[in-house]
Design a protein around this ligand. Structure first.
Ligand code: SAH
Length: 348
């Protein structure tokens, strides 16, 4: 069978060359690029500035792979969750989170996840594949359109906190961010983008060397080795000391504050010694600790700590000069909150 190529895998330069090689004019490449990436069309027929014969020629050679929103759910609090169908039939989820002043897109980087955090619903789906750069870009684009349609304003922020571990799909995530931030794409500032990682030391250093401009968040949850390994087993492979060293390197190179995501669970990490270990771990650089509310995932092992215990964390961290925020999850009624993305009820 003659497999058609995905035209979206071609850069602008490659498109220009394609047309030149066909004996056509190179600027047709720019036109196609614009239709694909700025206007976001899903068919060659829709590229109306091209002659009909050119559109038919493209149709014969290429496909335009694109994502499709299968199901869109709206939460009582305004949060929107999309079940996104990929060209090969697999599903991922992405979420739009509105507040008074912003709209944030929470996007996925992998189908499933290769890490095995015991408190996260996504970990129960094995990692099926990495998303392509344009599949990541498309999630952002769709949410930008939803933001305009439902809230009358464009998307303001992006967090890579959906399904998957973004650093395990390093190249495609960076390519997608390039497109999101370039004038040819959505032209968003990288300062409005946060990549969240469970902490792969080698790749954190690579990001620092690559001089990336987006923000970094680390899902820490414990700064005590035995505790972290018990809830995030890959901690055995990427030890805390190496993570800390990589983060130190990141800070030296970028001078960017590091955000830590942290859930406090009853009986797991709710003691004074847990807070003290956290303070010791992050005090080498300006840090912010984001205390995230636990979202139950049909599992009796984990329970959100009582508000008083959370206050101890808050107080001790603040005394140590660390910024603290408490994040209440949104979209819980539609399983759209942190750690709840698991294609619930939609796996075929
Ligand atoms: N793999 C990346 C991206 C996922 S981000 C990372 O680990 O950072 C999703 C965030 O939600 C992470 O901070 C994760 O630790 C947190 N999380 C996972 N399950 C959760 C749950 N049940 N309740 C609250 N937060 C959870």
């Amino acid at each position: 069978m003659n497999e058609k190529r995905d035209i979206r895998a071609l850069s602008k330069e490659e498109l220009r060359t394609f047309f030149k090689n066909k004996g056509d004019q190179a600027f047709r490449g720019n036109q196609v690029y614009e239709w694909l990436w700025q206007k976001g069309v899903h068919s060659f027929e829709a590229m109306t500035s091209l002659p009909k014969a050119t559109r038919e020629m493209l149709e014969a050679e290429f496909v335009i792979n694109h994502i499709k929103v299968d199901v869109m759910q709206r939460s009582d609090d305004g949060t929107i969750k999309n079940a996104v169908r990929l060209h090969d039939g697999l599903l991922v989820e992405s979420v739009l989170i509105p507040t008074d002043t912003r709209t944030t897109a929470c996007v996925s980087s992998q189908v499933g996840c290769s890490l095995n955090c015991s408190f996260c619903a996504t970990a129960r789906l094995k990692r099926m594949r990495n998303l392509l750069a344009d599949e990541i870009y498309d999630q952002v684009r769709v949410i930008d359109e939803q933001s305009r349609a439902f809230f009358g304003r464009p998307l303001t922020n992006i967090v890579f906190m959906g399904m998957g571990e973004p650093l395990m799909n390093y190249n495609n995530v960076l390519k997608a961010i390039d497109k999101i931030t370039s004038a040819d794409g959505l032209g968003m500032s990288p300062k409005r983008i946060t990549v969240s990682t469970s902490g792969v030391p080698k790749l954190i250093k690579k990001m620092a060397d690559d001089q990336v401009k987006f923000k970094l968040a680390v899902s820490l949850h414990s700064a005590i080795k035995s505790v972290r390994t018990s809830i995030m087993p890959f901690n055995e492979q990427f030890p805390l000391e190496e993570l800390r060293e990589a983060l130190q390197y990141w800070y030296q190179k970028t001078r960017n504050r590091i955000t830590y995501e942290y859930v406090v669970w009853k009986g797991i990490n709710d003691q004074r010694k847990d807070v003290e270990a956290l303070i010791k771990f992050c005090k080498f650089a300006p840090s912010k600790v984001n205390l995230i509310e636990y979202n139950p995932i049909d599992d009796g092992d984990f329970q959100q700590v009582a508000p008083e215990a959370l206050q101890l964390y808050q107080q001790l961290l603040e005394e140590a000069g660390i910024t603290v925020t408490v994040r209440h999850s949104r979209g819980k009624d539609i399983d759209a909150a942190c750690g709840q993305l698991a294609n619930k009820g939609q796996n075929k």
